[in-house]
Design a binder for this molecule. Structure first.
Ligand SMILES: O=P(O)(O)OC[C@H]1O[C@](O)(CO)[C@@H](O)[C@@H]1O
Length: 532
């Protein structure tokens, strides 16, 4: 499509979406679809709008897990399918606010300290990415509490957090977030921090709270240990759509972020994205663009570049939301489809000095989403050059990248918000949640399960079970054994490579295992339990 500047300006105006309440613009004019494509997609969208309305009314939209999908109810409890669910949502929100007020006032405080000073949030995936994104985007200058995260089973990462908190560990409120209440990384983080508390004679239970599914292992553990509080994570809220449940709201409120405004922004966006009319529905416009870019098969990656440092983690947040929702082997009819859209990005203009070279000139396997924030900063800016500020440069870089990409046949979407604030962040979250939901209906997949992740978890569990067997074998021997012999004795002859890697890891960590031989030739190695 070779288009003149005048026609492009026309196309821009024809496709521009503007939400006056939020001051949000969506521009898909630089996606090169034509009218025939839109006409072809129209009936597909009509179907998707009907399916979406059913989902919001409480239909089982996650057939595998036999669950409703209710994150939309969180910001408008009146939509909940039963009065009980509505009441639960309202009560949880009120409980969060009451708890946070007591923490901020010092009514709830750690033993021997007048107030909690810090929050340590331990969780992974959907139980971390939303709170991390929001903390980075919205942390107030004078936050009443500073937040820290553990979102991995990496001992060095955990040590770093503990070290940074050291003197304030005694006034740190620890939140363990896990819907299932059984995710190993989160459990490990909890045990490590509990240990750090014990070593310092601190009482973990009196500084801990849990956000988890009712009656999960974590819920029972927290209650039996007398933790400060527990907050529910409803089974109809998926991890990656949980930012506006207790998972995201409690940490945000503790940091002094206005969570009612986040909910209000999301609610306003939900209303806009419920419109069953393609051109008036920003989520449908996004889904249309994604479908066009990747042929409805994810053939192109979604690069997300917010031109605002505080939105740095948005692409990481979207990576889970989009890829865990859309990355599926089978469609709803059981056909093999290998669906998905790969998402990556950090921020502009920083990334222009990294990989944008390839985007402009290299393999054209992506489409871009540029996120623009109209307000440069609060207060006036100095002039870098006559009549030019730093923010003008950032804006110029964004427009320049958009133009340079388009010139070279690379499509882009531009999303513009007036400011990064709780309302616009809530709206962004809601916009992408709905776009993912609509796109999933278009390509006929279940966006609300994650069977692929389970396979990795099971494999990891079997490796740890094998490690125990390997150690048991070694403890029965006094002479060094070859890897082959160890694997055979552990009943895992077909797993010799894993046995080797387990032993190499144990040997590298003073775990009582000695490996000897030529390290360039693993088959020459022998292992034994060290003498000491
Ligand atoms: O909140 P949980 O149950 O600990 O799960 C954390 C994350 O793990 C996953 O289940 C994938 O392993 C995500 O979907 C989820 O957000």
């Amino acid at each position: 499509m070779d288009i003149s500047a005048v026609d492009l300006w026309q196309r821009y105006q024809e496709w521009l979406y503007f939400h006056s309440g939020l001051g949000l613009y969506l521009d898909i004019s630089r996606m090169r679809f034509d009218d025939a494509f839109v006409a072809k997609m129209q009936p597909e969208f009509e179907r998707a709008f009907v399916q979406m309305a059913e989902l919001e009314r409480g239909a089982i939209a996650n057939p595998d897990e036999n669950r409703m999908v209710g994150h939309y109810w969180l910001r408008n409890p009146d939509l909940a399918p039963t009065p009980e669910l509505k009441q639960d949502i309202i009560q949880t929100l009120e409980a969060i606010e009451a708890f946070v007020a007591k923490v901020h006032s010092g009514e709830i405080h750690p033993p021997n300290q007048p107030k909690f000073t810090d929050v340590l949030s331990i969780g992974i995936g959907g139980s971390a990415l939303g709170p991390e994104f929001v903390a980075e985007a919205l942390e107030p200058d004078q936050a009443p509490m500073k937040i820290h995260f553990i979102d991995n089973s990496d001992p060095t990462g955990i040590d770093k957090v503990v070290k940074s908190l050291e003197d304030r560990l005694s006034s740190t409120l620890v939140i363990i977030i896990s819907k299932s209440g059984g995710t190993p990384e989160t459990r490990n983080g909890m045990l490590e921090i509990e240990y750090a508390f014990t070593q310092r004679n601190l009482n973990f239970a009196q500084q801990a709270i849990a956000i988890t599914g009712v009656d999960s292992n974590l819920d029972r553990h927290a209650k039996s240990q007398g933790w400060l509080a527990t907050f529910p994570m409803e089974d109809w809220v998926g991890g990656r759509t949980s930012e506006l449940s207790a998972v995201g709201l409690l940490p945000a409120a503790l940091q002094g972020i206005d969570i009612r405004e986040m909910l209000a922004g999301a609610k306003e966006m939900d209303i806009a994205t419920r419109t069953p009319n393609l051109k008036d529905n920003p989520a449908a416009l996004l889904a249309l663009s994604w479908y066009f870019a990747g042929n409805g098969r994810g053939e192109k990656d979604m690069v997300v570049l917010p031109y605002k440092d505080s939105l740095l983690l948005f692409s990481r947040y979207l990576q889970q939301l989009v890829m865990e929702s859309l990355g599926k082997e089978k469609d709803l009819d059981g056909n093999i489809v290998y669906q998905g859209i790969a998402v990556y990005g950090n921020k502009g203009s920083t990334d222009q000095h990294a990989y944008v070279q390839q985007l402009r000139e290299g393999v054209p396997n992506f489409f871009m989403t540029l996120i623009e924030v109209l307000e440069d900063r609060q207060g006036p800016s100095m002039e870098i050059e006559p009549n030019v500020t730093c923010g003008d440069y950032l804006s110029g870089f964004l427009m320049g990248t958009r133009a340079a990409l388009f010139e070279n046949g690379r499509d882009s979407i531009t999303l513009t918000i007036p400011q990064v604030n709780p309302r616009t962040v809530g709206a962004l979250i809601a916009l992408y949640e709905r776009a993912v939901g609509l796109y999933a209906f278009l390509v006929n997949i279940n966006a609300y399960h994650q069977p692929g992740v389970e396979a990795g978890k099971k494999a990891a569990a079997s490796i740890l079970a094998l490690q125990k067997q390997v150690l048991a074998v070694l403890h029965q021997e006094t002479a060094p054994l070859s890897l082959e012999a160890i694997a055979a004795k552990a009943g895992a002859s077909d797993q010799i490579e894993i046995v080797y890697k387990i032993l190499r890891h144990l040997a590298a960590n003073d775990r009582g295992v000695v490996l000897q031989g030529d390290f360039a030739k693993p088959s020459s190695l022998t292992a034994m339990i060290s003498a000491s």
